[in-house]
Design a protein around this ligand. Structure first.
Ligand SMILES: O=C(O)CCC(=O)C(=O)O
Ligand SMILES: [Fe+2]
Length: 310
């Protein structure tokens, strides 16, 4: 299983430029790079510098470790009836190295606090402080990327509704190291995300592999504190009428070290349909409009073409 990935990298796009503001030349050129990277790979590495301090990183990864070190029966308190993708995943013999938790309303202090209160009877102020701080940064990056996507397809009008309708699911993940150092183990299933976009960040342990259009697997290096992976989900495939393909990806553990990662998944509270600017006589819509949050009820294996393809 796994391990065949080649160590090349995805396109890297710089989000640290001071003048990266809507309307500037550097914004326009970054919009084009974002669109190109998404059309070519379905994802890219964003260089973003707002969560790089030792204090923040140690605080966040320390708090996440504390969460995964809780007793198993406590972890199962993170349940959402009928919406398995939001709940706790772990103790699954098919993916024994994997554990993860979903935090609903994952960028709001209230959502994060209510999650902490389920897991710790007295709550956990430290955990909340660091997760809130992280989520704010990831949300800021997501919004910039979304705005760039909309502008690059001449659909700038979509940005305001997006801000109003975006609902964020934050997943915290732990992948244990492989027992045998030189024997890579697939730690998480091969899948596409159900989101519109996903923002990934991790500790220093690389393990994410992404499939290219020609079926090669790329091992993604985003071990730097300033690297984030921006990935298209199935809803962006629908919105772009297949110009952007949500890439298949998986987690393959090689070393002994534990990997902690965070995935911020955006779901639209409402209907997703193909962007008007991408439809004409030659390009009819390939998908029917669908309620995005309904997709959350399905497992990672649900296929978007079966779900709402024309
Ligand atoms: O941990 C990672 O880097 C990826 C996790 C992932 O693909 C997911 O949760 O959907
Ligand atoms: Fe994923």
């Amino acid at each position: 299983m796994g391990g065949e990935g080649k160590l090349t990298n995805l396109p890297v796009i710089d989000f640290t430029k001071k003048d990266l503001k809507p309307g500037t030349d550097s914004w326009q050129s970054t919009c084009q790079s974002v669109r190109q990277a998404l059309e070519d790979y379905g994802c890219f590495v964003a260089v973003f510098h707002k969560f790089a301090s030792h204090e923040l990183r140690n605080g966040l990864f320390g708090s996440i470790k504390e969460l995964f070190d809780l007793p198993d029966e406590t972890k199962f308190r993170n349940k959402y009836e009928g919406v398995p993708l939001k709940g706790y995943v772990g103790q699954n013999p098919k993916i024994p190295l994997h554990e993860s938790f979903g935090i609903d309303h994952g960028t709001s202090p209230e959502g994060i606090e209510s999650f902490a209160n389920r897991l710790w009877t007295q709550g956990n102020d430290q955990f909340c402080k660091y997760v809130v701080e992280y989520a704010k940064v990831a949300e800021e990056l997501d919004r910039m990327v979304a705005r760039m996507i909309f502008e690059s397809y001449n659909m700038a009008v979509c940005y305001e509704p997006y801000i109003k309708q975006a609902s964020y699911l934050l997943r915290l993940l732990q992948h244990k190291g492989s027992e045998e150092e030189d024997h890579p183990k697939q730690a998480f299933v091969t899948h596409t995300d159900k989101s519109f976009t996903t923002i990934l960040h991790q500790n220093e342990v690389n393990a994410l592999e992404v499939e290219t259009k020609d079926g090669q697997w790329i091992k993604v290096d985003f071990s730097s504190p300033t690297s984030f992976v921006v990935m298209a989900g199935d809803a962006l495939t629908v919105w772009t009428n297949d110009r952007v393909q949500a890439p298949r990806h998986k987690v393959v553990m090689t070393g002994k070290e534990t990997r902690y990662s965070m995935g911020l998944f955006t779901f639209i509270r409402g209907t997703v349909h193909v962007a008007a600017s991408l439809i004409d006589e030659q390009n009819p819509p390939k998908y029917k409009p669908f309620a995005h949050q309904e997709l959350l009820k399905f497992s990672y294996s649900a296929n978007i073409k079966d779900y709402c393809g024309v």
